[in-house]
Design a protein around this ligand. Structure first.
Ligand code: SF4
Length: 347
């Protein structure tokens, strides 16, 4: 990390081609929300009646998204892109955008990893097309394996589509297929072992995510959080686990001692990983966020639509990342909820 010191001395904080903040972190992963709309109504994310969605004309077009993505990849050091929502597959012709992004190359000529976070309900229809367009892998959100509870948590009777979608992603080779389960105490914490068994049987990786205060109803409480430590110790009693060396990715990984795969736990609340954060975000209407919990954001849509050059946009983004805060403050007295819910930011 020695050269980071050099960066810190530069007034705008970054050597050419890197997005560095004052804590010496470098952004490498760009999360792009392609829509705030979703075909599910998960209780910890969106009210039953839905949200006030962004007017369509304010959503970035695929051409605008890919122009910004090209800038981030070719000029600002981004190496991986995750497409998110709302639910990204509800936006038409998503494979067209994937193809545009898959054509990007880093300055070293390397392809960019393109992944997708989805609720899985459209994967039986889309997995093959998305893979052919250049998608690398998928994360599928699944919060219950029980039909009635799935219905209660998502307000949709769609568990069959989602489970079939996960299988379709495996068959299509969008691997490793990661299944994300948000564990909420009193809602689905009795399914932790079922999720582990399901993932072992299907050859997918289960990721247990600590419940975060990004629900639209604002009813989140620390008591509802099932910690990563609780999850790991519960599984370890049934399927002995061994730790895997941790990288910059959010998940802490554990492999099964019997070699049948691994699990991940994302301890956003009880053991934040902000010190290694390499992620930045773009919302569906073109707001740039340096953090999931950021209280401010940079509007890129207006400059983009009023003739800003790539250099103008790069300077704006570089300055915003230089000002990135240390991390979220969940559980602290000075924690302030962002004025956006998860569906308006993207996972
Ligand atoms: S809370 Fe913000 S700073 Fe922390 S890991 Fe998430 S995006 Fe990064």
């Amino acid at each position: 990390m020695t050269d980071t010191a050099a960066h810190v001395l530069d007034p705008v904080g970054t050597a050419q081609g890197a997005l560095v903040d004052t804590f010496g972190r470098t952004a490498k992963d760009l999360r792009i929300s392609v829509t705030d709309r979703c075909n599910f109504r998960c209780v910890y994310c969106m009210p039953a009646e839905g949200m006030e969605f962004v007017p369509r004309e304010e959503l970035l077009s695929y051409e605008e998204i890919s122009r910004l993505a090209r800038l981030f990849v070719e000029d600002l050091g981004i190496e991986s892109i995750r497409l998110t929502g709302g639910e990204p597959t509800v936006r038409r012709d998503l494979d067209r955008l994937v193809a545009m992004l898959a054509a990007l190359r880093t300055p070293a000529g390397d392809p960019v990893e393109i992944s997708l976070t989805t609720n899985g309900s459209a994967l039986t229809r889309l997995a093959g097309r998305l893979r052919d367009a250049g998608l690398s892998r998928v994360n599928v959100s699944l919060d219950s394996l029980k039909r009635e509870r799935f219905l209660a948590m998502t307000r949709r009777d769609a568990i069959d589509e989602v489970l079939a979608g996960i299988d379709a992603a495996v068959v299509a080779g969008l691997t490793p297929v990661k299944v994300n389960a948000v564990i909420v105490r009193g809602h689905n914490d009795d399914e932790i072992i079922d999720f582990a068994t399901y993932a072992r049987d299907r050859g997918v990786q289960i990721r247990f995510i600590e419940y975060m205060p990004l629900d639209a109803s604002g009813s989140w409480s620390l008591e509802q959080v099932v910690s990563a430590v609780e999850v790991v110790s519960a599984i370890n009693e049934v399927y002995p686990l061994e730790p895997v060396k941790h990288g910059a990715e959010p998940a802490t990984r554990w492999r099964y001692a019997d070699g049948l795969g691994e699990i991940g736990v994302i301890p956003s609340v009880t053991n934040p990983f902000c010190g290694d954060c390499d992620r930045v975000r773009l919302t569906a209407e073109g707001q740039f966020r340096t953090c999931l919990f950021a209280l401010d954001e940079l509007d890129l849509r207006h400059p983009l639509r009023s003739g800003a050059t790539d250099a103008d946009l790069a300077a704006l983004v570089t300055k915003a990342v230089w000002g990135k805060w240390a991390g979220h403050r969940i559980g602290r007295v000075d924690f302030i909820r962002p004025n956006r819910s998860m569906s308006q930011i993207g996972g």
